[in-house]
Structure formats: structure tokens, C-alpha cells
Design a protein around this ligand. Structure first.
Ligand SMILES: [Zn+2]
Length: 442
């Protein structure tokens, strides 16, 4: 009998805008391995990487799976075949697949993964990494998928969430998803805060169903397996689904914005945060987008807050001197625009006193005095009382010292929802008794 070995399998970029989905490939791989009584050592891991890279596929999500096996070469062959079969290469997917046989994940992997979370990594660097570390790797297209494939194996969770993804039967791919809106709302009421971002109560919108042609029917995000299973039982739909799988994920952790940006090392497409003082009066464009500058360590940075985020109002109410910490993605400078940070949160640390000046008040008549001309002072038109200078008065601020994040419909996969503020989830233990994968009969 051969010895057991731990095998890590990472893959990414198998999908394209026209269909398929890396998580569905993971579901197919798990299904195949389950039928062979393979021992799984953890939930499949769904890792989202830097969302501010322009050419990413929909969610820039990669998957890794950790198993124990006596026959790794047999499994590798089967997985390779599945990756080829389910990758949408003709529509622009650039799949990458990596095998790493070791229970322990060396720090080089973790460092690579951490970098991919907030920076743009060149795919040639991923190829170099794979060769240098003797990884078995495969790719099609330009090999962009290798970055996520390596990163998904290397990701070291400091915090995590879970997502239950349910999959449609093949005959339903591309067809409209019909799910009871009332049941989604009800599910959220019964399971929140152990689930999040399921229903936008303000706009009556369902947030758990994607809109593209991919095989996902819905995805419920949350903190623990029990809540997700309970949630899926509350949801009502006529559609007969194929099955579901629960992923462990960095979605909802905000981990891409943990990194401190600074002038010296900032590059286009970086994600991160920066603390500084608002250094000009915010400019509001016709479309309602807001642009302003902050001063941090003697350098000024332009920040942009777009209307659809729902926090442009916050930005427009900032004044010079406010101290804020902002997070977002660095947009490349163009001919007409300097480098700009597109904001994904604004944390107001200190609000400056907002002082405005006006003509002095005549206390006797309770009327504003009139200016007598430049440097000529002021006089009350009724009683003739004089005053030499304007008075300043304090205006109440329309924003508070608090964290502002985009409205729920503008959230990205990695956006940390307000209800997860301060939450660090490390509790999801994995064992055989957990119902994390299921294919329905018929
Ligand atoms: Zn007067």
C-alpha cells in the first residue's frame, strides 16, 4: 500500500464573461473526488484577489482544494482533464492549475498570495515562482490563471467567511433565475448577522443571485455552516437544483485594503489604505462624482468617490483640515488625469470646525449690518451702529466621525460589510460530519 500524501490543488481564470465559473469547476472536481472516497482536509477555499486590476474576470476569484490521497498522480490526471473540459478558453479564459504536495504551506506561498491580494502581479512572475518552487503547473492561454492558482493555495486566513453556492442543472444554464423575493427577505431577517448581503431592503433587491449565464443559482454568505444550511432551507424556488457546496472565503473581510499605501511604493492598480488631511475643497462633477485631495506624509493624493457608491455625499461634505483614513484602488494616471485613488471606504477620524464668516449683527435691531465698502467696516441701516469686521460662526457638520462604506448594492466581493465591523471569524472547523457538499438526487 502506498503512503498517504497531502495534495493541494489550486486553479483560477477558468471562466469568461460568456459563462462557466471557477467555483462550478471546483464543484465538479469535488464531486469526482467524493465518488472515489477521497479525504478532504478543509473546505474548498474561494479566494478573491485584487479587485482593482482592470482585466480580471468577473470576481477575480480562485479556488484551492486540500486532500489526502494514496494516489496523487491519478487524481492529478483527472483534475487536469476536468480543468480542460470546463475552462472557457475560446471565450477568453486563461486557466492556470497548480499541484503542491505538502501538508505545510511555506511562507513563500503566503507572501505571493498576500501580494496578489493588493498588487498587480505579472504572470511571468507566477511562472517563475512555479518553476523556482518545483510546482507542477499547467496553463492555457496566457497563463494569467497561475497567479490565482498559486495564491489560492498560499492564502493564510486571518479572518474568513463562508459561502454556500448552489448550482443549476445544465438545462437551466443561461435561463432566468426565479426565486421568491419574499423568501430571501425572510431568510435575511431570520439569519442575519450570521449571513450578510442577501437582500437590499431599501431597494427591494435580491443580492444572492448572479445575473450572468454562469451555473450558480444563488450564493449565501455568512459566518458558519449551520446558518448557511438553515438559510438555504428558507429560500423558495420552483427550480430543481443540481447541488450545493460551501466554500471558505476571504469575501467580506476587506483584506485587500489592509495594506498601507504610500507615495514611495504606490503603483497603478494597487489596493490599500492611506491616512491624511483633506487639503482642498471637494469638487463635485455634473454627474455627482466627487474629487478631493488629501495630504499624507508631505504628499498630496487625489481621491475619487463615484456616485453609485452612495458615499459621494460624505465626500462632498468633507472640508479642508478633516483627518480621514481612506481605502481603495489606485487608478493609473492618464493624459488628462493624475493618479487617483478610487475610494471604497472613508473613515472619518477628526472633523475640523466648519467656520463661515458673515456681516456682523446689530444686537439692538437684530439685523445684519451692511458693508460700507472695501475695508470701510459695517453699519446698521436702521440705527446707524458701526462694527469693524465680519464675525465668524460655526456651521454644524453633516457627516460624523465614523466609518462610511458603499451602499450594499455597490459592494465588491471583498468589501467588509458594516455588520462585520470588528469581526474576526476563525471558528469554522472542518470535519467529516459537516454537510458542506451535496448533490441532489435526480
Ligand atoms: Zn441697529
Amino acid at each position: 500500500m502506498k503512503n498517504e500524501t497531502v495534495l493541494n490543488i489550486g486553479f483560477d481564470d477558468t471562466d469568461s464573461p460568456k459563462g462557466m465559473c471557477t467555483t462550478f469547476l471546483a464543484y465538479k472536481i469535488v464531486d469526482l473526488l467524493k465518488k472515489q472516497k477521497t479525504e478532504f482536509l478543509d473546505f474548498p477555499r474561494l479566494i478573491r484577489f485584487n479587485p482593482n486590476i482592470p482585466w480580471k474576470t468577473r470576481g477575480n476569484g480562485a479556488v484551492s482544494i486540500k486532500i489526502k490521497t494514496r494516489n496523487p498522480s491519478n487524481i492529478k490526471t483527472q483534475v487536469k482533464n476536468l480543468v480542460s473540459k470546463y475552462s472557457d478558453v475560446k471565450n477568453g479564459a486563461n486557466p492556470g492549475l497548480v499541484f503542491y504536495e505538502n501538508d505545510f504551506i511555506p511562507s513563500e506561498f503566503t507572501n505571493f498570495s498576500n501580494l496578489a491580494l493588493w498588487r498587480l502581479i505579472n504572470r511571468n512572475n507566477a511562472k517563475k515562482f512555479a518553476k523556482k518552487n518545483n510546482l507542477e503547473f499547467f496553463y492555457q492561454g496566457n497563463g494569467q490563471g497561475l497567479i490565482g492558482a498559486i495564491g489560492a493555495i498560499g492564502y493564510d486566513f486571518q479572518d474568513h467567511t463562508l459561502e454556500l453556492l448552489s448550482y443549476r442543472k445544465k438545462t437551466k444554464f443561461g435561463k432566468e433565475r426565479k426565486i421568491s423575493s419574499e423568501s430571501v427577505k425572510n431568510m435575511q431577517e431570520k439569519t442575519s448577522p450570521n449571513t450578510f448581503n442577501s437582500f437590499d431592503t431599501k431597494n427591494g433587491r435580491i443580492l444572492i443571485t448572479p445575473h450572468g449565464p454562469d451555473p450558480v443559482f444563488y450564493g449565501v454568505r455568512g459566518e458558519n455552516v449551520d446558518s448557511l444550511l438553515y438559510a438555504s432551507k428558507i429560500l423558495k424556488s420552483e427550480e430543481k437544483l443540481d447541488g450545493y457546496m460551501i466554500f471558505k472565503s476571504n469575501q467580506g473581510t476587506g483584506d485587500h485594503l489592509k495594506n498601507e499605501l504610500n507615495f514611495e511604493n504606490m503603483k497603478p492598480y494597487d489596493s490599500g489604505k492611506i491616512t491624511g488631511i483633506v487639503s482642498n475643497t471637494p469638487e463635485i462633477t455634473k454627474g455627482g462624482h466627487v474629487f478631493f485631495k488629501i495630504l499624507s506624509n508631505n504628499h498630496e493624493f487625489w481621491c475619487a468617490v463615484y456616485k453609485p457608491t452612495g458615499i459621494s455625499r460624505v465626500a462632498s461634505n468633507l472640508i479642508k483640515g478633516d483627518k480621514i483614513c481612506v481605502g481603495g484602488g489606485v487608478r493609473k494616471a492618464s493624459k488628462n488625469f493624475p493618479r487617483i485613488i478610487n475610494l471604497e471606504f472613508i473613515n472619518v477620524i477628526h472633523l475640523e470646525k466648519y467656520l463661515l464668516k458673515s456681516n456682523p449683527l446689530c444686537k439692538k435691531c437684530n439685523k445684519k449690518m451692511k458693508s460700507k465698502g472695501k475695508n470701510q467696516g459695517f453699519q446698521c441701516v436702521r440705527c446707524g451702529k458701526k462694527a469693524s469686521r465680519k464675525i465668524s460662526y460655526q456651521v454644524s457638520r453633516k457627516i460624523k466621525k465614523q466609518l462610511y462604506i458603499p451602499i450594499v448594492s455597490a459592494h465588491r466581493h471583498l468589501t467588509r460589510p458594516l455588520q462585520r465591523k470588528g469581526v474576526i471569524n476563525k471558528s469554522s472547523k472542518f470535519d467529516k460530519s459537516i454537510s458542506w457538499f451535496h448533490v441532489y438526487e435526480n
